[in-house]
Design a protein around this ligand. Sequence first.
Ligand code: SAJ
Length: 415
Amino acid sequence: MCNIERYLLQTDLEMDKIICIGLGYIGLPTATIAAGKGLNVIGVDINERVVDTINSGNIHIIEPGLKESVQKAVAAGNLRASTKPEQGDVYLIVVPTPFRGNHEPDITYVEAATRSVLPFLKKGSLFVIESTSPVGTTEKMQQLIYAERPELKGQIYIAYCPERVLPGNIIYELEHNDRVIGGIDDVSTEKAMAFYAKFVKGTLHKTNARTAEMCKLTENSSRDTQIAFANELSIICDKAGIDVWELIELANKHPRVDILQPGCGVGGHCIAVDPYFLTSDFPAESQLIAKSREVNNYKSAWCVEKIRNAVLEYEMKHTKKPIVALMGLAFKPNIDDLRESPAKYIAQNIMQFEMDGLQIVEPNIKAHHIFKLTDYKVAYEQADIVVFLVAHNEFKALTQRADKVILDFCGIFKR
Ligand code: SAJ
């Protein structure tokens, strides 16, 4: 079929029934927002408990505003969850892409999701991958679809469109952030643009599938590299006897310098993961990206070393063991998410030294199956050594105490 014929096909067809495969942190909010705009959305998840929870108007993840949107969409009949896909006009693949032990990306969930919708694809269907994916994944899925359903060659639209939302602000950002949309050909891009225009208010930017895949990896790798620079500075400053927070603030007065903040490492399921999608596929070319991952991982090991040394110094000086408070477990401030958290990694390492007086604090979590949690005010009061791992707002309200050894890895008391 020539391009003009395909374009006619594109404008003729409806895009009102959406099959969203994956109802996690991105899939569920996306399904809900599309349903909120009047589209008929079937959310699909392999987890029966998740499906039942959503169908009863509840949610299985923590995200401000999500529960209300789900309740409304389910009550209006625009959102239904199911363990099985069915026929629709648009298929969205929003499943995880973790990495294996050797930091190689694992696209088996994307493959399984693609296979699950294969029987339902028909002439004019739009198939979009949103999952963060290695460059070339959309083309791989195109080949998979055509190998299994050769009659669909040139008859369906295939595109890649990554999300770039910040956990905690997903509902707003999904609707208002700009999106990058890349099809396997121009008509696929146009078709996907027309679809996202139904519920995204941000500007939609056209490209091809490979560039869109690379764009997502670039955004998070760029941030990882910038944080690595700040973390490296913090280690240099520690040795040089310079306050890194003051230094960065002063350097940032330069009109073209904008250094990020050091911390106890980089965590979360995105920035600490996505750069490996590039280093794994382009090992010789991605030197700086690989080094940045190394620096950010090393920063956590360096913090463990600093805590150990502070404990030994205390023991020598006071001839008794100190009470140590580790303040924060989450991967970033003011959330309860511990995925890939450097603070959690540090706490687990320190626990191995079997310190009697170890107190672990995470004000955003009530109880944890590994860590026995202590109230942050109690721990701060009782501890001889206080280690700030995460810049939670609660900690910033504490008064600095001269009678305690304070290891401030995240700038709680920065001036
Ligand atoms: N961090 C620092 N110093 C800083 C900023 C962050 O050490 O100056 C650390 C945080 O403490 C945390 C990690 O980096 O451990 C990541 O936190 P983040 O807030 O930078 O990012 P995420 O992982 O919550 O969300 C990112 C966002 N990407 C970018 O900002 C480029 C978000 O827009 C993406 O949608 C998300 O990844 C994703 O899903 O990919």
